[in-house]
Design a protein around this ligand. Structure first.
Ligand SMILES: [Zn+2]
Length: 217
């Protein structure tokens, strides 16, 4: 295509010209640390989750690192309207994640507050979740959980967090007897996932596992 000549696809991290369907050049791809600990293993993230809530399994696609393309990938997905990155990350996930005979029943991404959703125009987790849903034949529900508070600044968020931890999220659809796979972009403290997990566990006889694009170690 003529557009390719004027606007060639470039590596997300180093700007080298790359093939149209790629996200990063081979050199930058090599530097990404894909986590090779399996869904069923006692990984660092699973141990961290277990301190906060009863988790079944946990999977992180890659390590979140400032020094390599992982940070740029997540940043562009969230803040530069490159929502298609979600589909590529889903492909990278399906190449590495095998649920074996413990396939979850439902995929639930962490929701944005409706006001935030309107500002950003999309939830960065939706295309990722939908692509995984199609590949593994597991239904998803973007509306099962609702975020109750909108907060602009992180400082405000931290202050609010102490006050509102108990009802930051609500489960607004009936979920019972389900193994729910919660999906988020970056795992740091695990507090957000834990808050949602407890709401899901309280709302019915459910189990919860976790899948994130990147884990900040
Ligand atoms: Zn590169």
């Amino acid at each position: 295509m003529i557009l390719d000549i004027f606007f060639p696809n470039r590596c997300i991290a180093c700007s080298r010209i790359i093939e149209a369907d790629l996200l990063a050049c081979s050199l930058c791809m090599e530097q990404i640390h894909f986590t090779h600990t399996g869904y069923f293993e006692d990984s660092f993230m699973k141990q961290k989750c277990r301190l906060l809530f009863p988790v079944e399994n946990a999977f992180a696609l890659m390590n979140f690192e400032k020094e390599n393309a992982s940070r740029q990938i997540i940043h562009d997905l969230k803040y530069r309207s490159r929502k298609n990155i979600g589909k590529i990350l889903a492909n990278w996930t399906t190449e590495r994640l095998d649920f074996q005979n413990e396939k979850p029943d439902l995929l639930v991404p962490v929701p944005l507050h409706p006001k935030k959703l309107k500002e950003r125009g999309y939830n960065q987790l939706h295309l990722f979740t939908e692509s995984l849903s199609a590949f593994y034949s597991i239904p998803f529900d973007h509306e099962a959980v609702k975020r109750n508070y909108y907060s602009k600044a992180q400082a405000l968020k931290d202050k609010q967090h102490r006050l509102e931890t108990k009802n930051t999220f609500s489960v607004i659809k009936e979920i019972s007897n389900k193994h729910v796979l919660l999906i988020d972009d970056v795992f740091t403290t695990g507090n957000t996932l834990a808050t949602i997990a407890w709401e899901i566990l309280k709302s019915g006889n459910n189990k919860v596992s976790v899948l994130v694009m990147a884990v900040d170690l």
